[in-house]
Design a protein around this ligand. Structure first.
Ligand SMILES: [Zn+2]
Length: 132
């Protein structure tokens, strides 16, 4: 199976491209490679970002966070900057949905207060509407 390595090109729109070494992967420092600067200010290449976010989803997270500064990355940002393929997008969205449902069930079991559930459900809906 030949999987294309994700790379940025200067023609990518809406992405802040820099030629700085990756903040997340110390071995990823080829100065000829373009990388994206995320909203938190850290520099990551698409492959590392994809792996990093996939690991967070597998960990049951319902939002993405920078492992360095813990700032939140929106799904739209991740989708664009990680150059998620159509397949990856559907995997990520499905996983986000599953994780959210699990979180809701956990919340229902651990909180008497329904407003927590409502606010999480609203956040989930916003995420999905925004990603369309
Ligand atoms: Zn960061």
């Amino acid at each position: 199976m030949s999987e294309e390595i994700k790379k940025f090109s200067p023609f990518d729109k809406g992405i802040k491209l820099v030629s700085k070494p990756s903040d997340l992967d110390e071995y990823d420092d080829d100065p000829s490679v373009l990388r994206a600067q995320l909203s938190c200010g850290h520099v990551i290449d698409p492959e590392t970002l994809t792996d990093c976010c996939r690991a967070q989803l597998e960990d049951g997270q319902i939002e993405f966070r920078c492992p360095l500064c813990r700032k939140e990355w929106t799904y739209n940002e991740v989708r664009k900057l990680a150059k998620l393929t159509i397949d990856e997008q559907s995997t990520f969205e499905e996983r986000l949905g599953t994780n959210t449902v699990k979180k809701l069930i956990d919340l229902r079991d651990s909180f008497e207060d329904d407003s927590h559930i409502v606010s999480h459900a609203a956040a989930f809906l916003t995420l999905h509407i925004a990603s369309d």
